[in-house]
Design a binder for this molecule. Structure first.
Ligand SMILES: [Zn+2]
Length: 291
């Protein structure tokens, strides 16, 4: 995205470093992704949007989508690899090769709408994955959980009113992108949290809203838009989550998956811009997925 941009390559370095420091890295099975077949992206995006993304960007230049979102010569390939990682992970959990998978991908995806890139996002990897899983595996109940601090407007845009799909999300009220308070469909469970919300609010929200909603849905697959920018140290927002809160959320989602799926969780990185907090939070998330 350019020098000084918060959505930077060092984010993945910080995650790897934290996983190694905590002894998790060597215990995980690592898989390199293949680029996704563009045909699958058409489940979630318009042909016009995909055609615009595929126009080559000359080396050493940037193509700006909005003031915060731009492509360089490698961005398109990174997008295809990121979506490829998610569908590859879905294939792995559906085949029973693993119960849980985490995709450490960039750029993120949950702001990308059916026909528009925005907010550091170009293709909506989790929405693509949800529609891919519904079509390829004929699943009837897929749950998408989004705990990034920003509302997943793109995922809502693509999945609202789609049969067999439920989305629950939390976000900080009143910040970018400003959506979420009026859900676009009956399958959208959006929870707006006030600035400063932390452990107490998260525990209450999970117990009163998310978990009963997910249990009533009886999902056959859980897909997580895992943003870690609700952390109290994150520079882009004003919630007060800690690593323990990410562990708590993940543990609760694992329990849902164990009850209904069994297992079958694919989590994909979205936001998280304080490098130390991001590394520790992803490690807390993965430690619970690993159980
Ligand atoms: Zn975010």
């Amino acid at each position: 995205m350019g020098v000084g941009h918060p959505e930077c390559p060092e984010r993945l370095v910080a995650i790897e470093r934290a996983l190694k420091r905590q002894g998790l890295w060597s215990e995980l099975e690592h898989q390199a992704p293949e680029p996704i077949d563009v045909q699958w992206l058409k489940l979630a995006h318009t042909e016009d949007h995909l055609r615009r993304l595929a126009v080559p960007v000359p080396v050493g230049t940037f193509r700006h989508i909005d003031p915060d979102t731009c492509m360089n010569a490698q961005t398109y390939e990174a997008i295809l690899l990121a979506s490829g990682a998610v569908v590859q992970a879905i294939d792995a959990v559906m085949a029973g090769r693993t119960r849980h998978a985490f995709c450490a991908v960039r750029p993120p995806g949950h702001h990308a709408e059916r026909g528009a890139a925005m907010g550091f996002c170009f293709v909506n990897h989790i929405a693509v994955g949800a529609l891919y899983a519904r079509q390829k595996y004929a699943l009837e109940r897929i749950a998408v959980i989004d705990f990034d601090v920003h509302h997943g407007n793109g995922t809502e845009d693509i999945l609202a009113n789609e049969e067999g799909l439920l989305m629950v999300s939390l976000f900080q009220q009143g910040i970018y992108p400003g959506s979420g308070t009026r859900p676009k469909g009956p399958n959208m469970g959006n929870v707006a949290l006030p600035a400063g919300a932390g452990s107490r609010e998260i525990h209450a929200m999970l117990e009163e809203t998310w978990i009963p909603t997910l249990n009533a849905f009886e999902p056959q697959l859980l897909l997580i838009s895992a943003g870690f920018d609700a952390h109290r140290d994150d520079p882009l927002a004003g919630l007060a989550f800690t690593e323990d809160d990410y562990a708590f959320i993940t543990e609760a989602l694992v329990a849902v998956a164990d009850t209904f799926c069994p297992g079958r969780i694919v989590s994909s990185l979205e936001g998280g811009y304080n490098l130390d907090a991001l590394g520790r939070s992803v490690a807390a998330h993965i430690a619970q997925l690993q159980r």
